[in-house]
Design a binder for this molecule. Structure first.
Ligand SMILES: Cc1cc2nc3c(=O)[nH]c(=O)nc-3n(C[C@H](O)[C@H](O)[C@H](O)COP(=O)(O)O)c2cc1C
Length: 199
């Protein structure tokens, strides 16, 4: 099947592309609202984009043309955010954070999550998340209704037990983030892995 995703299949583009470009890691992002409360939301248009300097990118779509989601608006104002990775134990809580709550209501309280201070930025991290990546906004590209936020990584937190303390390599039996699969609401576990040395 062939699809002209800028023409006849424009409306189906999201469903088609987000169905085949899988699995995607999920950035569970905390930011500070202008009243100082903590906002949290998941984004699967996300990845590590480079190592020197270390950068991540994720892409909130606008709520409507020109109106950013709260995460994008907060980052534009404060320049800071924390990206957390989501394991199976946090899947439900992450999903709760995708709710569209009235202003002033906290996704984190609804999901029964505690925060703890970050090391380098004012935005706190989710205390129980296995991995938290403190970022400052490097830049935001606006492409149509997408905002591609590029974050400069300032600090990495990894919960005890995930890394081998000697080698700093992930111990796979202790870290299995979930991935986003096809629309509308499919996910995968990453507990089944295989190794393939490079030629
Ligand atoms: C697993 C998952 C992945 C998501 N990925 C994205 C994404 O990449 N871009 C986006 O705009 N919304 C995405 N969403 C929807 C947002 O999380 C949702 O719109 C949220 O309410 C935005 O919150 P905010 O307004 O506080 O930023 C995703 C939702 C889920 C559950």
């Amino acid at each position: 099947m062939e699809f002209d995703v800028l023409g006849e299949y424009e409306d189906a583009g999201y469903k088609l592309l987000a169905g085949v470009i899988v699995p995607r890691p999920i950035a569970w992002v905390t930011t500070l609202n202008d009243d100082g409360s903590v906002n949290a939301a998941p984004f699967s248009f996300f990845n590590l984009l480079g190592a020197s300097p270390p950068i991540v990118g994720f892409a909130p779509g606008d709520k409507e043309p020109g109106v950013p989601k709260d995460t994008a608006r907060n980052i534009r104002r404060s320049g800071e955010f924390v990206v957390h990775l989501v394991d199976a134990d946090h899947a439900q809580a992450m999903n709760v954070c995708a709710s569209d709550l009235p202003a002033g209501e906290s996704e984190l309280a609804l999901a029964n999550l505690q925060t703890t201070p970050s090391q380098t930025i004012a935005v706190p991290r989710i205390a129980s998340a296995p991995v938290a990546i403190e970022c400052t906004e490097h830049s935001t590209l606006s492409i149509g209704q997408n905002r591609l936020i590029i974050g400069l990584i300032q600090h990495l937190y990894v919960a005890d037990g995930i890394l081998d303390p000697e080698t700093l390599l992930v111990q796979r039996e202790h870290y299995s983030p979930i991935g986003r699969m096809e629309v509308p609401a499919s996910y995968c576990r990453t507990s089944d892995r295989f190794d393939m040395p490079r030629p």
